[in-house]
Design a protein around this ligand. Structure first.
Ligand SMILES: C[S@@+](CC[C@H](N)C(=O)[O-])C[C@H]1O[C@@H](n2cnc3c(N)ncnc32)[C@H](O)[C@@H]1O
Length: 267
């Protein structure tokens, strides 16, 4: 089932989404067609590694924040997940999702206003390459933590930050360390559609880890998936590009600590 704002209603996406999310309305179709290529990093390494970290989903409820077209939830439903809810600002969803899958057009920064999310518990909560669009990263993780069922966990992935530093250093003629440790925002032409400019907050590995700690989460497992030797031989251009920019993602399985850090209020 797909839930979109009615054409006559005020656009709930336009009023809430942060600037960083805005390009996704233009970018979604380019992203999905790039992702579906046989040699996309998502196809080759990212989704297989995400799927492995997720483990058995039989009988589970899954919330996917920034779900893209919802195709990954469709796969999880076929593999036994019984209630799958996805929300995405781009609102470009797969046709006829399985009955267990509900896809909602909306801004995950406002998910408290979405009853299908805010009034339920979930066994698994996913931020797959979408966490960079959170306006309040600690706040949204705390809220997600509060929706987890007993034994639930959050699976969160982010681009390896050194990759952005390498690309900016190459473009700007600067040094990798200076770029990695700089603060503030940076903008770049999207690799999926160079007509679209993306803007992101800079981050480092430690800032990401501190965000998890402040949200009352501990890292049960982490991985940095990369091309296998066989894939390197089959896709030498992808191998060269991945090597040059340390292109890839960090994947974290995050579980709630029994309580939030001292001095912080619960959401
Ligand atoms: C890099 S794509 C990842 C899509 C999908 N999770 C995957 O792994 O293929 C980032 C996704 O986050 C979505 N997104 C960005 N900002 C959002 C927001 N504020 N609320 C909901 N979705 C958002 C985009 O529309 C896009 O589909």
């Amino acid at each position: 089932m797909t839930t979109r704002p009615s054409p006559s209603a005020p656009d709930p996406l336009a009023s809430h989404q942060g600037d960083a999310s805005l390009p996704w309305r233009e970018l979604a179709s380019s992203y999905e067609s790039a992702r579906s290529r046989v040699d996309s990093l998502d196809n080759l390494v990212e989704w297989p590694a995400q799927r492995t970290m997720l483990g058995d989903v039989d009988g589970m409820s899954v919330l996917d924040l920034g779900c893209g077209n919802g195709g990954k939830l469709g796969i999880l439903a076929k593999e036994g997940a019984t209630r799958c809810v996805g929300i995405d600002v781009s609102a470009e969803f797969i046709e006829d999702p399985p009955p267990e899958v509900q896809l909602i057009a909306g801004d995950f920064n406002q998910f408290d206003t979405v009853p299908e999310i805010a009034e339920h518990e979930f066994d698994r909560i996913l931020f797959l390459q979408s966490f960079g669009y959170a306006q309040d990263p600690v706040g949204i993780l705390r809220r997600a933590r509060s929706l987890l069922s007993d034994d639930g966990f959050i699976l969160l992935t982010r681009t390896q930050p050194i990759r952005y530093a390498l690309q900016r250093a190459e473009e700007n003629g600067t040094l990798v360390g200076d770029e990695y440790f700089a603060s503030g925002e940076f903008s770049y032409a999207s690799g999926w559609n160079d007509q679209v400019t993306m803007t992101k907050q800079r981050y480092t590995t430690s800032s990401l880890l501190n965000t998890f700690a402040q949200a009352g989460l501990w890292i049960e497992a982490a991985t940095e998936p990369h091309l296998s030797d066989e894939q390197k031989r089959a896709f030498p251009e992808k191998h060269a590009w991945a090597n040059r920019y340390l292109a890839g993602i960090l994947i974290f399985r995050l579980r709630p600590l029994p309580s939030l850090p001292a001095g912080t209020a619960s959401p």
